[in-house]
Structures are given as structure tokens and as C-alpha cells.
Design a protein around this ligand. Structure first.
Ligand code: APR
Length: 264
């Protein structure tokens, strides 16, 4: 782990990089929610590390029999897997709150999150693209219309979209499911617009999300990595903050407040 002094120096460099950038965005992964009690997928304590990766054809099995899929989901509503329980009990941590502050201060223009946990919204962030969906929403697989749970009746299964009669499923993107086009286009647009990208708590190995830092980097954007562990992007990052997000992000906000203060 990085010494306190050198971490503070890195935080200062990161803050100056964000301060001198005109369009900073963030790509966020499971690591940001670890300090909210939600396990990551890979690495120490990762769900896939412990239980192995799930089958990659979840979506194909859904399409094969959406009625059976829904009947199964509704029948298991009372069940609480380790992950589901952690998601239901999780609260935003200091890193989520700091990102909402950076957005309110005008330094963070957009957040691309791979997380389905809704913790950014609960922390007050607004400019968000959820590339893997949101656990509290439903989505039409034809027109991408979305509803909060409870807004669309599920007594008829599979529920049908009132706009296009398409089949409705949970908004979270299943293995084997294409990323909804509106979300993908938003991520690509923001990645092309940015001149600085924060990489917060992602192993950067899952595509298409791992492509966005490459799009940004290739057009000259500075990458700032916030992660206790090395990733494939560490080598191309302008600044690396090798510490938990909950420790680093509040320091980044404080340093930017100082830089933005008049007469500094
Ligand atoms: N602060 C910052 N980063 C952390 C912290 C922390 N407190 N704790 C762990 N990390 C880092 C780990 O070092 C790792 O690099 O977070 C990363 C988590 O990586 P993954 O578990 O692979 O999560 P992610 O990158 O979001 O995975 C992408 O894979 O399985 C799919 O759909 C799933 O959205 C997920 C996608």
C-alpha cells in the first residue's frame, strides 16, 4: 500500500490534473461498493473467485422461455443470496458521496458505472450511465423503455411493454445479453468527449466497459486510476492512487476545493 505522504502527493497531482481538465468523467466498477459491504467479482473476496464464474448463456436461456424465467424469479423473491442480501443492505460510502460532490462542484461531468446497486443515485449523483443496468428497474428488450420496480404490473408474465408490446425483463444486463444501445452510445459519447477519466474500482477486464478508457486515452485524455490493486490500465494511467476509493475520493474533493478557493 502507498505511504500516506506519497499518497497525498499523488492526490495533489490528481487534483491538479482534474482542475486543469475541461471534461472529466469516471468509469466505476465493483471496487467502489466494497466499502459498502458489496463483494467485488474478481480478486480477493470476489464472488467469481469464491463461486466460479456463472454460465455465460443466461440471456439465451431467458429468451428461450421468458415465462419460466419470470415464474422462477417471482417464486424466489423471498430468497436472499449473499450478493442480493449485500445489495439490499448497502448504503453509499464516502467514495460515492465524494463523486456526487465532484459532480455538484462541476468537476465531474458524467459517471459510467458497471454497478447495478443504485448507490450513486442514493449518494446524489445525477449524470450517470448504468452500462449493466440497475437492480431496481425493469426494461423492455425491444425499445429499452424502463420502469422502477412496482411501476409496471408483473401479474402477467412475461410482462409486456405498454409502448411496443416487447417482452420486459429486469434492467440488469445478463451474461450473453447485448448492452442496451442507448447506454452503449452514451458511454461511447462521453468517452470521446472527455479529456480526463477517473478509473474507480474496476479491474478493467470486462468489455465493452474496458474499451472506454482506451477510447479516451487514444484521444489524449489523462487516466487517473483509483484502486488498491494493479490493473491492465495502470501502465497507461497518468496518476495511480493505490488505495481504497473511500480513502482517496474525499481527499481528492478536499484538494480540489482548496485549488478552487479564491486566492489559492
Ligand atoms: N476501492 C477501490 N477499488 C477497489 C476496492 C476499494 N475499496 N476494493 C477492491 N477494489 C478493486 C479491485 O482491486 C479490482 O480491481 O476493484 C476492482 C473490482 O474488480 P471486479 O470485481 O472485476 O469488478 P468490475 O471491474 O466492476 O467488473 C466488471 O464484470 O462480472 C462482471 O458485471 C460484472 O460489472 C461487473 C463487471
Amino acid at each position: 500500500m502507498t505511504s500516506e505522504a506519497s499518497l497525498d502527493q499523488q492526490v495533489d497531482t490528481a487534483a491538479r490534473t482534474v482542475y486543469s481538465s475541461s471534461y472529466t468523467i469516471a468509469l466505476v466498477g465493483a471496487g467502489i461498493s466494497v466499502e459498502s459491504g458489496v463483494p467485488p467479482f474478481r480478486g480477493p473476496g470476489g464472488l467469481w473467485t469464491k463461486h466460479g464464474e456463472p454460465p455465460m448463456d443466461g440471456y439465451q436461456r431467458f429468451l428461450a422461455d421468458p415465462r419460466a424465467w419470470w415464474a422462477d424469479v417471482l417464486s424466489r423473491q423471498g430468497e436472499h443470496s449473499e450478493f442480493k442480501k449485500a445489495l439490499e443492505e448497502a448504503k453509499p460510502n464516502l467514495a460515492h458521496l465524494a463523486m456526487a460532490d465532484l459532480e455538484k462542484m462541476g468537476f465531474l461531468k458524467h459517471t459510467i458505472t458497471q454497478n447495478i446497486d443504485n448507490l450513486h443515485q442514493e449518494a446524489g449523483s445525477v449524470a450517470i450511465t448504468e452500462i449493466h443496468g440497475n437492480r431496481l428497474k425493469l426494461r423492455c428488450i425491444e425499445c429499452n423503455a424502463r420502469w422502477r420496480l412496482g411501476e409496471l404490473p408483473t401479474d402477467e408474465v412475461p410482462p409486456r411493454c405498454p409502448h411496443c408490446k416487447g417482452i420486459v425483463k429486469t434492467d440488469t444486463v445478463m451474461f450473453g445479453e447485448p448492452i442496451p444501445l442507448d447506454a452503449l452510445e452514451s458511454c461511447q459519447r462521453e468517452s470521446r468527449l472527455c479529456d480526463c477519466m477517473l478509473l474507480v474500482g474496476t479491474s478493467a477486464v470486462v468489455y465493452p466497459a474496458a474499451e472506454f478508457p482506451v477510447i479516451a486515452y487514444r484521444q489524449g485524455a489523462k487516466l487517473i486510476e483509483i484502486n488498491p490493486m494493479e490493473t491492465p490500465l495502470s501502465g497507461v494511467s497518468a496518476v495511480v492512487l493505490r488505495a481504497p476509493a473511500g480513502e482517496v475520493m474525499p481527499k481528492l474533493v478536499e484538494r480540489l476545493k482548496q485549488l478552487a478557493a479564491p486566492g489559492v
